[in-house]
Every structure is written in structure tokens, then in C-alpha cells.
Design a protein around this ligand. Sequence first.
Ligand SMILES: *[C@@H]1O[C@H](CO)[C@@H](O)[C@H](O)[C@H]1NC(C)=O
Length: 378
Amino acid sequence: KNVLVKRLWLQETMASVSSSSLLNKAVRQQYMGLGQGGKCQVTYIWVDGTGEGLRNKTRTLDSEPTCIEEIPEWNFDGSSTYQAEGSNSDMYLIPVRMFRDPFTLDPNKLVLCEVLKYNRLPAETNHRHSCNQVMQQVKDHCLWFGMEQEYTLLGVDGHPFSWPSKGFPAPQGPYYCGVGANHAYGRDVVECHYKACLYAGIQICGTNAEVMPSQWEFQVGPCEGIEMGDHLWVARFLLHRVCEDFGVVATLDPKPITGNWNGAGCHTNVSTQQMREEEGLKYIELAIEKLGKKHKQHIEVYDPRGGKDNMRRLTGLHETSSINDFSAGVANRGASIRIPRQVGKDKRGYFEDRRPAANCDPYTVTMAIAQTCLLDPT
Ligand SMILES: *[C@@H]1O[C@H](CO)[C@@H](O)[C@H](O)[C@H]1NC(C)=O
């Protein structure tokens, strides 16, 4: 009977995996080992008109670029990425940060781009442009961020990866940081993504299984200013690309499964030079006081739909605060802002904004925090 159950389970799992992942990867390996005649493949990556989706395309350069300035601008058809404006559908790709390509390997590159419209103004979903301006203004504060990206693995059919096709897995409890085939679903994806990030040069600092089965998180940081958004967006690109190889899908939906299952957030650690120094706690408290006055404005930019996505997640249950209330506390996971216990003890360090949704744009999140905590009057 056990063998039969196992076989049925395997069939279900295979059915939820895309057919491209079943292509022969050993054959692919032969071509990946070919020389490329001194040329360099550069993959341009950008955020599309949804503010959540990522797009990419690749070109050949005659030699390996040694810095971002050596990568030329490019363009694409915005009418196919929800980005066109009227009859002017040509959009510009402006390279802003370069990484090593963990899929086709050295000397090839991944390059994150800002998108400009035909008139060279930032596209609607290019929030990097204004974020960068704010980060320049506050750069003397040496503002550091760390973001914890939670995500959920799905089959291509949209069903949570490895969940029984009818019914649910056992309730939450054994999955957070769990081990074993009955507790950890899809670890291959997580480990390969981690390696890919390190190879690429992403400032990834950790990973763990989350509370809901098939839910995981990785952490990126510490990153200074605009670097935070750059590294997180490319880490997301790598996640989707690794998932593609395995034939599964990573969703950043903040509440992928309704009911008694945890949602997915993007908790954001924040500190300034002053907060990290002795007696820094008073600067943390000052920042929290300012954040409290702007709760609504922050919620509006903590997901791509002005708070509508986060409303499903920030219920006050499942280790969240209510979307309508602002709260802060030491070691309190039910608060909007958490001061880690160690920070309370040391009286210096950082605070954690637990409100951003998993599908937030890290540029709008870090920009709002910088603006409120450092540029608003006391
Ligand atoms: C944020 O802080 C928590 C501790 O409060 C830590 O466990 C986590 O790794 C940090 N994450 C990042 C991305 O810095």
C-alpha cells in the first residue's frame, strides 16, 4: 500500500512540473561547455509594467565589460511588457548594476537596467530613479538595509508544490526550518538559488524553510542605500530562473493560500550609522516615532497595489500586525516594527519593519523609510 501511495504522490508531483524541466539537462551540458570565441553574452534585466514582473534579453559584446559604463544602452518594445505609451513603444534600457551570470558562467554577465520612456523620463514602474535621488540625499547617514524575501513554490498548474492534489498537508508546526521529505518541500531549488546568488555576487546572507510547507525565505543584506533594491531584484530574477530549470514556479503573492496558512512578507531591517553606534537606541526610537505618523503612506507603497495585496496578509494573525494599526515593540512579531531583543539589550543596532509584502518593490520600500526617518522634520 505504501508503494502505491508513493507512486501516486510521484505522479502528482510530476504533473505539477513543467515539461521544459524534463528536457535532457545532460545534453545541454555539452553545449554549455563550448568556447565562445572571446565574445561575451550580456543579459539585460528589467522590471516590466506590472511593477512585479521581470523581463530579460541577451546580446553579444565583443569583449568582457569590466565595469557598468562599458555596457551600452539598449532598447525594447514596451508595448509587449505593459510599458508602452501611445504610439511611442520604444523604451530605453540603462544598465545600472552588473553581476556574473551563474547560468552561462564567466565571462558572461547579468545586468540590471533602469527603464526610460521614449522621452528619456523614467517609466511608470521605474522606482529606482526616485529612490536613488533620496538615497543620494541621505548618504551621509550610511543607511543599511537587510531584506528577508519570503516566497512559495508552486507547480506550473498553480497548486502549491508537493501539496496533495486534494486536501491539505498536515497543519503548520513542523515546517519552519524543518528537515525531511515530509517537512521540507523543494530544497533543491533553495540550495541552487543560494549558490547562484553567491556566484553572481549578490549580497545574500542566508536562507531557511518557512512556516507554511513549500514556503521559503532568503535574506539579502546588509546593503547600503540603492544597493538594496538592486541586489534584491536580481536575487528574485535568479530565483525565477532557477525555478524554471526545475519546472516549478516561485510566487511572491503575500497570501498565496487563504485560511490557516502563513502569508509571505519582505521584512526589512534598517539602521543608520547613528543607530549602530553607542546609545543608538534613541535614534531607533526617533525613527519609529516618525514611522508611526506615516503608517498609511507606508502601507500604500509596501505592495504594488497600494495596500490591497497586503490587506490579505496583515490580519493581526499568523505573526503579523493588523494593516490598520501601527505598533512597535521589543521582540514582538505581532508588531509593525520589531526591535530585536539583542538590540534592546545593547541599546544600539537596527529595527525591523515587518509590514512590506513579499511582492513589494524594494525601491519604494527603502525610499519611503529613508524619506520618513531621515528627511521628515522631527
Ligand atoms: C534581520 O534581522 C534578523 C534578526 O532580528 C536576522 O535574523 C535577519 O537575518 C536579518 N535579515 C537581514 C536580511 O538582514
